[in-house]
Design a protein around this ligand. Structure first.
Ligand code: B12
Ligand code: SF4
Length: 453
């Protein structure tokens, strides 16, 4: 079949929101292409297309199938794209964390959809195309929701090396930017799926709790292809849990060094998953930034978040990261239930005390698919934004008055970044990573968030 996978434009042209490659679409494209379908990816967000231009393009192309992806906070954008595309395309399917978490409810919010894929999409997407082309009257394949038809769960692949590689050749690779990258040519990569931990704010509905990882040689083969074929020189590893298996991380680093691969990278790690020799090896193999879910400086909040780490482990991990000459990024959740203004301030000061180079402050959001949603299920009326995605509505869970938390959020971001050292570092990063335009866009979005909240 003739399939167009689409990432729609921004809700409004000046909205913030990082623009990194849509790896879910790239993996699905790789699988469909390997199964013999004609596939293209249109990343209208990365190309800064308007909605009007998108409509003309759809009217011109008229694909048999349109595929969309959605996280919950941007599900309205996918619904808008489906509605816009309806007159010009044969069938429309949505995949990603949102339909996986909300299941059939997705059809109420987005009646233009013909089907939705639940969970990892490579197998179900291929099976769906076969089902559509055969029109046999059989029930939909596993992992595929169709209005009015029965549903069965699909089993995700146990061996990730059996998946066709993501179709990066269909992406506008030179359009992606990442402000904290240390050099130009940016890409992302997934080397493992799933996570065995149980954090209450995390949606693991797509890849589940079973951690499945690709071996080091397979990972470095892909890095080499990215470097040689797509000019990618800085990679974000977006695995749920890149550092879960120490021996595998070490093997990836050794393989990069053995091949003399000139690549720099960032990964996400847990503060209980690193040690100095490993961090030093990572640094030698090109790692430049490690992002940790620190979340809070308050043990009670860490318990509520079911993070299964201690404040002391965060202190230690940041000290070791600095010692290994790596930069650190702390993800923080402020204003969780039980926290008053003093507790929030304590977490904010903590980020300076541990010497974090970058911080992202968020409020606690009960997203569908998270354990928290079962308790708080979108009941919250509070919506506390942060500057990176100020356009998104957020069902914030907090005991603080929303206005007060919004004020604390503002002062947390300002207090951390509006200091000479972080500002200088960001300016240097923006130049080195070729993200000056991105930095200007984010600064503008921050300024308007600051003034409006
Ligand atoms: C990279 C990333 C981002 C990137 C953007 C990624 C993108 N695609 O554009 C950035 C940093 C911008 C980002 C932002 C946010 N993110 Co985010 N992000 C991730 C992360 C770490 C990796 C995504 C990824 O590449 N996965 C690998 C690919 C292979 O998996 P996938 O995208 O799920 O795709 C598979 C299936 O879903 C399915 N599929 C996906 N699309 C399609 C389409 C079709 C047609 C089909 C058939 C199948 C299909 O098949 C794919 C292959 O198996 C995930 C966690 C994770 N491990 O997935 C969180 C995650 C997706 N993010 C999440 C959230 C909550 C956010 C934020 C709201 C965070 C916040 N600030 O509060 C913002 C939203 C901002 C915005 N404006 O959109 C949640 C989503 C929960 C939910 N119910 O929606 C996740 C799951 C994290 C978590 N565990 O809770 N994020
Ligand atoms: S937040 Fe990280 S460690 Fe916790 S469950 Fe999600 S992926 Fe795992």
């Amino acid at each position: 079949m003739d399939v167009l996978l689409l990432r729609p434009p921004r809700r409004n042209p000046h909205d913030a929101g990082l623009c990194v490659p849509p790896m879910g679409l790239a993996y699905v494209a790789g699988a469909l292409r390997a199964a013999g379908h004609r596939v293209d990816i249109l990343d209208a967000l990365a190309l800064s297309w308007s909605w009007r231009r998108l409509e003309s393009e759809l009217a011109r192309r008229r694909p048999e199938v349109l595929g969309l992806s959605a996280m919950t906070p941007v599900a309205d954008i996918a619904a808008r794209a489906a509605q816009l595309a309806r007159p010009y395309v044969g069938r429309i399917v949505l995949g990603g964390p949102h339909p996986t978490a909300v299941r059939r409810a997705v059809f109420e919010a987005s009646p233009a959809l013909d089907a939705a894929v639940v969970g990892e999409g490579e197998g179900p997407a291929v099976a769906l195309m076969n089902w559509w082309s055969s029109s046999s009257g059989a029930p939909p394949p596993p992992g595929v929701l169709v209005p009015g038809q029965p549903f069965t769960e699909a089993t995700p692949p146990a061996d990730l090396t059996t998946l066709p590689p993501p179709a990066r050749d269909l992406l506008p690779n030179s359009a992606y930017r990442y402000l904290f990258a240390t050099r130009r040519g940016f890409g992302t990569m997934i080397t493992s799926r799933g996570c065995p931990f149980r954090c209450s704010f995390c949606d693991k509905s797509v890849s589940g709790s079973r951690w499945r990882a690709r071996p080091a040689v397979h990972v470095v083969d892909e890095l080499e292809t990215m470097r040689k074929q797509h000019g990618i020189r800085f990679v974000n590893f977006y695995d749920d849990n890149f550092t879960l298996q120490r021996s595998r991380v070490a093997a990836i680093c050794e393989e990069i060094l053995r091949r003399g691969l000139d690549i720099e990278w960032k990964c996400e790690g847990r503060v209980d998953g690193v040690d100095l020799p490993l961090l030093k090896l990572m640094r030698r193999a090109g790692c430049r930034v490690v992002a940790y879910g620190v979340e809070s400086a308050n043990p009670e909040t860490l318990a509520l978040l079911r993070k299964d780490i201690t404040v002391e482990q965060s202190v230690e991990a940041f000290a070791l990261t600095r010692q290994a000459r790596l930069r650190s990024l702390a993800y923080m959740i402020i204003g969780a239930p039980g926290e008053d203004a003093a507790a929030v301030r304590q977490s904010v000061s903590f980020c300076r005390e541990i010497g974090a180079d970058y911080v992202q402050f968020s409020s606690l959001v009960a997203m569908p698919g998270t354990p928290l949603f079962a308790q708080h299920g979108g009941s919250s009326a509070a919506s506390v934004t942060n500057p990176l995605d100020a356009d998104l509505g957020r069902a914030t869970v907090t005991d603080l008055p929303p206005d007060e938390l919004a004020r604390l959020m503002r002062s947390a971001w300002r207090g951390f970044y509006l200091r000479p050292r972080p500002m200088r570092r960001l300016a240097v990063d923006a130049v080195r990573s070729g993200s000056i335009g991105e930095a200007v866009r984010l600064t503008r979005a921050w300024a308007s968030w600051s003034l409006s909240s």
